[in-house]
Write a protein of this length. Sequence first.
Length: 226
Amino acid sequence: MILVHPLFTDPIEIQNNKINIVILEHQHLFTKFIAEIFTQVNDGTGPFLLSHDGRKLDFAKNMDIVVDVFNLTVNQKKVINKLHSSLLITAQESEHYLTTSELLTNINVYLDEIIQDQSLSLTYNEALDIAGIFKAADVRFAEEQEYLPEKLIDYMEVMTEYCNIECFAFVNLKSYMLETELKNFYRDVLYKRFKVILLESRIDSEIYELKDLENILILDKDLCEF
């Protein structure tokens, strides 16, 4: 996968056998770079070009950016909608179809009985479907992980499976992780072959055990690229 941006002379090659790190030491350009990714992820317009095997990819559909790891949640409206759609397909499959139909019939019978016991005339949506039940029951992902590396891996697994995200960008992630946490994160990312870019605003001290796992591109304060 290739990411192109006017700031960089050469395309940024995004590998799934390395942790891709882009360091922009120029503070203003770093902020602008992050803002452009965020905007393009959300509305699809901006200077970035994402491609794979020579084929242009829809940036908003294939890229995700995580700015705040502490308020990160997979239970976003768009993801929940994808989840409910997936559950609806399962509910309509042959092994669940009869149970689903009986459940909806029983709910309508129950509502009829309750309504008839009221003194006022009432009505309800008789076209109730199983998707409505998922929504009413607030079916969502259980977010139980507190350990940051595992929380991030869980997030990427959900976004990959339900939203078909191909690449994840994390902003200044190294600032929030201990060395052991970073090692565990690298291990799991590479094992699951996620495409990950760490967008960093400064060069950290090198961790010897991890240097062979990193693919680093630096744009320093003088806009020299190396």
